[in-house]
Ligand binder design. Structure first.
Ligand code: SF4
Ligand code: SF4
Length: 400
């Protein structure tokens, strides 16, 4: 197993993400026997990092993870959990909710604890004096109930830089969506560089982009196979193994989370993380070439040449990132980021003057793209509506 040293800890670089446990088709409940078997295999091969979150699997991930880990000594593994500040619409008793998670995880401390999903939308709640989330979590850290405090992040590089600057010294690590596709599609390279510049550990989520990089279209997969990558198992190297190897060698990347729900995925990942196997230059360039082929949106490079002349002051590259994200996958993140904007800064505010189209070196037909984005956004769903339901269920948890 590849390990990374973080402060005084030896972390397996492969982290077990607990957001996608398989369900028993008969009962619709988590298949605990399968979770136990996957954990046994992973632990036997050296995995020691397990990541859950309060809302995963309707709140059942925490308990299933705890059940599987209860068969091992508490000091033989590390648990990461998350505070759902992105799901709040009113202040709650943060400490009480933190204790709900401790109880569900059958522990009295978290090795790693994260503010869940900071974006342009949720940052105002996380930083609100009234919600008092960050001071409460810093208190839990001071009391030893949190060993390392971090946050997961889905916003843009500008917010990341500003947030880290405002909170210098408060956080130990940042978890971002990082993979060879988002390296450019979601400006993950810039975010990775910001985190390392601030001297913090980089935790990776979505290394396979929700599974899309685990099974590539045949034409793209064939490009990888042409490289004849070595495989000590006798099996052909999987598409997923290349995606992980792209991340393994990045300095500062401590943990790469994989949401495994089948034993064969655990076995394949364990092969990939058995020992370092750096990509060749050819393999790396092939992955970046595949990333370009997979992109379905517009080729905006965020150069901002178009921005100064926009008569309504739209942040055009920000809007185009949301558009690209909508086009690539069905996710709430772009909707969340659009919800965070004032109404007169959303795509529907574009008056189709065409200035940006003339300024753009890539000839992107911005007004038409923004009209399409406005239409997609209008149809929803909207994060603001989802959050109302989540807040209700948090309050029920606190009452019970
Ligand atoms: S077309 Fe729309 S986005 Fe482009 S400059 Fe005009 S108002 Fe701004
Ligand atoms: S000029 Fe084109 S590439 Fe540059 S930010 Fe604007 S839309 Fe994107």
């Amino acid at each position: 197993m590849i390990y990374r040293t973080f402060h005084d800890l030896k972390l397996s670089q492969l982290g077990f993400g607990c957001m996608r446990f398989a369900l028993d088709p008969a009962t619709g409940e988590i298949d605990q026997a399968k979770v136990d078997a996957m954990f046994d295999l992973a632990i036997r091969e050296g995995v020691n990092y397990f990541d859950t979150a309060y809302p995963y699997l309707g709140g059942k991930s925490e308990t299933a993870m705890a059940e599987a880990l209860s068969r091992y000594p508490r000091d033989s593994y590390y648990i990461a959990d998350k505070f759902p500040g992105h799901s709040l619409t009113a202040p709650i008793d943060n400490i009480a909710l933190f204790h709900v998670s401790l109880k569900k995880c059958r522990t009295d401390y978290f090795d790693f604890y994260l503010l869940h999903n900071i974006t342009e939308w949720s940052v105002k709640y996380y930083e609100s004096e009234e919600y008092h989330i960050i001071p409460d979590m810093l208190r839990m850290k001071k009391e030893g109930k949190i060993r390392h405090l971090g946050f997961s992040f889905h916003g843009g590089p500008k917010l990341l830089e500003e947030f880290l600057t405002r909170h210098e010294g408060e956080f130990d690590f940042v978890q971002i969506q990082l993979n060879y596709l988002d390296w450019t599609l979601q400006q993950a390279k810039e975010k990775y560089e910001i985190i390392t510049r601030h001297g913090l550990g980089v935790w990776v989520m979505e290394p396979l982009r929700g599974g899309k990089l685990a099974v590539l279209p045949e034409s793209e997969s064939a490009k990888l196979r042409q490289n004849n990558a070595p495989s000590d198992s006798g099996l052909p190297a999987s598409d997923a193994s290349y995606a992980f190897r792209f991340l393994q060698e990045l300095p500062g990347v401590m943990v790469i989370l994989s949401g495994m729900n089948e034993v064969f995925q655990v076995e394949d990942n364990l092969r990939t993380f058995r020992e370092p196997n750096p990509l060749t230059d050819k393999e790396r360039s092939t992955l970046l070439e595949i990333a370009e082929a997979l992109k379905t949106g517009v080729p905006c490079t965020s150069c901002r040449y178009c921005c100064d002349g926009c008569p309504v002051g739209l942040d055009i590259p920000y809007l185009l990132q949301c558009y690209n994200d909508f086009k690539f996958a069905n996710s709430m993140t772009p909707s969340m980021r659009l919800d965070a904007l004032a109404e007169d800064k959303r795509p529907a505010a574009c008056i189709s003057c065409g200035q940006c189209e003339h300024a753009c070196p890539h000839g992107i037909k911005v007004p038409a793209v923004l009209a399409e984005l406005a239409d997609i956004y209008e149809k929803g769903p909207h994060w603001a509506d989802q959050v109302k339901l989540r807040q209700k269920s948090i309050q029920e948890d606190l009452r019970s």
